[in-house]
Design a protein around this ligand. Structure first.
Ligand SMILES: [Zn+2]
Length: 374
């Protein structure tokens, strides 16, 4: 996510914090230190107020992190890798390599997060009840009470059956299991997501106009965010479904323009890049494809070296990431296109180059399809 920095790794999963989260961290600490503690415990020193406020914010961050980690660890156990977890203004996102293959997988992964939050709620409640019983000062217990209720709210909010919230995923898994269609299940649950999103927006506007502007705007933001997520994840599922049904051979562009490996960069830029306006070309050496040459490759050279360097010396050599078979489905091609950093894949039938699929092709297809099917 843009504006995020990595704070560490747990079980190979990168943990990053988005700058937007720091705003929340600051806001919670600030409100606690300047409002809550001075009002309820006037004798407390300001420093103690700030420390307690900060501790509370950190406990909340840890709670959200554990929720996402729980999703992630179950996901990895189900064979779906998780690259990173991002903590941001509205909570956390675990970035999974792919969607679950079957409803049971989805159900387990979706329930893992809320289950963890429920456990945290019980643990925090147990601790503060115990401390209370032991007669510990109530200002020390207050942050624990707050964090325990935050965990309960996380459970309740996430279990609303609106996709892409966890509850929506649970419902999607159930519909998928009993009706057999992932697409249908996604359609139903993401329209619930859309409705829930609008509900929060209107609720937020109501709250804002009846007094509490800040709280109200907060609901509006979250509602709008959920609405957008539900829409894009529906599109995503429909497209993934569609692209697994289309073969690369019917989708690819067939008139591939390739370049010889021995021409100079000067000639390459003039006769290919500026002429055809593509951002990369396959490179041929004695009838064999040996790699791709991209704008990025050229940028590694100084301008004055263009006439004495040949294409062969700067190519990205051919690798599995750059090739798909004509019989593969388009989603396999998309995966490689977004992984290899070149924005296209070569379609090879054995040694023969039969076509090319680019990111632009995919995006144009999606645009045309969504306009025609609306
Ligand atoms: Zn969750």
């Amino acid at each position: 996510m843009k504006g995020s920095f990595v704070i560490g790794r747990i079980k190979g999963i990168e943990i990053e914090i988005n700058l937007s989260w720091l705003i929340i961290f600051g806001l919670i600490t600030f409100t606690m230190a300047t409002n809550y503690f001075p009002q309820n415990y006037p004798d407390l020193s300001p420093v103690t107020g700030w420390i307690l406020g900060g501790t509370m914010a950190i406990l909340m961050l840890l709670s959200i992190l554990l929720h996402e980690l729980s999703h992630s660890i179950v996901s990895i156990k189900q064979g779906i890798g998780v690259k990173k977890i991002t903590l941001f203004i509205f909570g956390g996102i675990a970035q999974m390599d792919k969607e679950p293959d079957n409803p049971i997988q989805e159900l387990k992964i979706a329930l893992a997060g809320p289950a963890m939050s429920l456990i945290l709620f019980i643990i925090f409640t147990f601790i503060y009840t115990l401390l209370n019983y032991m007669g510990v000062e109530s200002y020390l217990i207050a942050p624990l009470i707050y964090v325990s209720s935050v965990n309960l709210i996380i459970v309740l909010f996430n279990m609303v059956p609106a996709f892409p919230l966890d509850g929506g995923r649970v419902l999607r898994a159930l519909i998928w299991h009993f009706q057999g269609s992932l697409q249908k299940a996604t359609k139903i649950t993401s329209s619930l997501g859309n409705i829930f999103g609008y509900f929060l927006v209107f609720l937020g506007l109501y709250i804002a106009f009846t007094g509490n502007v800040l709280n109200g705007m907060w609901f509006v933001f979250i509602g709008w965010f959920i609405r957008q997520l539900s829409e894009s994840s529906y599109q995503n599922t429909v497209m993934t479904d569609l692209f697994t049904k289309i073969k690369v051979s019917t989708f690819m562009s067939k008139n591939v323009i390739s370049v010889g490996s021995h021409i100079s960069i000067e000639a390459l830029v003039e006769n290919y890049f500026y002429k055809y306006k593509f951002t990369s070309f396959p490179v041929i050496d004695s009838d064999k494809v040996i790699g791709m040459v991209t704008v990025e490759n050229i940028k590694t050279l100084n301008r004055e070296d263009w006439d004495r360097t040949i294409v062969r010396n700067i190519i990205t050599p051919i690798s599995d990431d750059l090739i798909v078979h004509p019989e593969n489905n388009v989603s396999a091609a998309i995966k490689k296109i977004f992984q290899n950093g070149i924005g296209r894949v070569l379609v090879m039938d054995g040694e023969a180059l039969t076509g090319i699929v680019s990111r632009t092709d995919i995006l144009n297809y999606i645009r045309i399809h969504s306009q025609l099917e609306e």
